[in-house]
Design a protein around this ligand. Structure first.
Ligand SMILES: NC(=O)c1ccc[n+]([C@@H]2O[C@H](COP(=O)([O-])OP(=O)(O)OC[C@H]3O[C@@H](n4cnc5c(N)ncnc54)[C@H](O)[C@@H]3O)[C@@H](O)[C@H]2O)c1
Length: 325
C-alpha cells in the first residue's frame, strides 16, 4: 500500500524539494501551506505550480495554527506520518515580530503533535536549525548543550525540539529532529544572503553586506537536505537529533561573493553594514551521526550548487528580478 505523508510548508523552499523527493520514492504526499507573505508569494506559487503537475500530490491551502484545520486534514487524508517544515524562518525578522514566531513555530507544532496523538499517528520529523548552537564553538555536534539562543527564532525552534521530546516520552512517538545548516539552491528564500547577493550583483546593484564578509556558513544544498529529511523520516526511531549540514569547510560571505562574481562576470560593489546582534559569526556541522545512523552524505559541493542556483535565477529572471527583497 502507498504510504501517505503529510508535509507542512510544502510551498516553501525546502518543503517543495522534500515533496519531490518523497514522490520519487513512491509516497503519496498531502501538502499544507498558508502561503503567507513573509516573502514574495510569487516564489511560493512558482514552487506550487511545479508540485501540482505531479501525481500523488494533493495541496491543502491552510494554516497549522488552526487546530480544526489540522484535524480536518487528518480526518480526510489519514497520513501515516508527518514532516513538519512549516515555520517562520528568518533569524533577523524574528527580532521584529517575535509573537508570530512563537505562534507559528510552537503552537503550530503543538497542534500537529496533538492531532497525531488523537489519530494514533506516531512518525514525525521536525525541522530545526543550526541557530540553536548560537554561542558555541564549532564544529557543532548533537550532544552539545544548547541553551543560549541569540534570537526568538532560535528560541522557538529549541521550544519545538523540547515539545518533540515530551511527545516521545509521553506517547512513544518516533521523532527525528533535523537541524539544517544554511540551505541554498534553486528558488531560494529572498530573505537569505545567496538570493540577495545573486540578485544585487547580477543587476549591478550595491551589495548590502553585514560585517566585513569574513563570517562563514556551512552552506548545504537543498536536494541533499531533502534526501536527509526523508531518510530521517524513514529511519526515525525513538527520539534522535541529526545535524544536516554540508560538513565541508564553511565558506565565508567574501568567498561566496567572489564565486558569484565569477559566475555572472560582474563585479560586486559593497556597502558594509553593522552586524545584527541576532547573527552568529560562523557555523560548521559535525555530520558523523547522520552519516552513521541514516547513511546520509551530502553530494553537491558549494561551487556546483551555487552554479545551479545562479542558473535558476537567470532562467527565471523575467519575473524573479522583480522580486521584492
Ligand atoms: N532555509 C534554511 O537555511 C533553514 C535553516 C534551518 C532551518 N530551516 C527550517 O526549515 C524549514 C523550512 O524552511 P524554508 O527555508 O523552506 O522556509 P520557507 O519560509 O521557504 O518555508 C516555510 C513554508 O511554511 C509555510 N508556513 C508558514 N507558516 C505557516 C502556517 N502557519 N501554516 C501553514 N504553512 C505555513 C510558508 O508559507 C512557507 O511556504 C523551517 O522550519 C525552517 O525553520 C531552514
Amino acid at each position: 500500500m502507498v504510504k501517505r505523508v503529510l508535509l507542512t510548508g510544502c510551498c516553501g523552499f525546502i518543503g517543495s524539494f522534500t515533496v519531490q523527493n518523497l514522490i520519487d520514492k513512491g509516497y503519496f504526499v498531502v501538502g499544507i501551506d498558508n502561503m503567507n507573505d513573509y516573502y514574495d508569494v510569487r516564489l511560493k506559487k512558482h514552487r506550487l505550480d511545479i508540485l501540482k503537475k505531479m501525481e500523488n500530490f494533493k495541496f491543502y491551502h491552510g494554516d497549522i495554527e488552526r487546530l480544526d484545520t489540522v484535524n480536518h486534514i487528518f480526518n480526510e487524508f489519514k497520513p501515516d506520518g508527518v514532516i513538519n517544515l512549516a515555520a517562520r524562518a528568518g533569524v533577523r525578522a524574528s527580532t521584529e515580530n517575535p509573537w508570530i514566531y512563537l505562534s507559528t513555530n510552537i503552537v503550530g507544532t503543538l497542534n500537529i503533535l496533538k492531532t497525531m496523538k488523537d489519530f494514533n499517528v506516531k512518525r514525525f520529523v521536525q525541522a530545526s536549525t543550526s541557530s540553536v548552537y548560537a554561542g558555541l564553538k564549532g564544529p557543532y555536534n548533537e550532544e552539545m548543550k544548547v541553551d543560549t539562543p541569540f534570537s526568538p527564532y532560535a528560541a522557538s525552534k529549541k521550544g519545538c525540539e523540547d515539545l518533540c521530546y515530551s511527545w516521545h516520552h509521553l506517547y512513544d512517538f518516533d521523532i527525528s529532529v533535523v537541524r539544517y545548516f544554511t540551505v541554498y539552491g534553486p528558488a531560494p528564500r529572498p530573505d537569505m544572503s545567496i538570493f540577495r547577493f545573486i540578485h544585487w550583483i547580477s543587476n549591478g546593484q550595491r551589495v548590502q553586506l553585514t560585517g566585513d564578509g569574513t563570517q562563514s556558513r556551512d552552506f548545504t544544498y537543498v536536494e541533499d537536505i531533502a534526501e536527509g529529511t526523508v531518510l530521517s523520516y524513514e529511519k526515525s526511531k525513538g527520539f534522535e537529533i541529526f545535524n544536516l549540514g554540508a560538513g565541508e569547510n564553511p565558506y565565508s560571505m567574501n568567498q561566496m561573493i567572489s564565486i558569484i562574481e565569477e559566475l555572472s562576470g560582474k563585479k560586486a560593489f559593497i556597502d558594509y553594514l553593522p552586524v545584527p546582534r541576532a547573527d552568529v559569526p560562523s557555523t560548521s556541522a559535525d555530520i558523523s551521526k547522520a552519516k552513521n545512523v541514516l547513511g546520509w552524505k551530502p553530494e553537491t559541493g558549494f561551487k556546483e550548487g551555487l552554479k545551479n542556483t545562479y542558473k535558476w535565477y537567470c532562467d527565471e529572471s523575467d519575473w524573479v528580478r522583480n522580486i521584492q527583497l
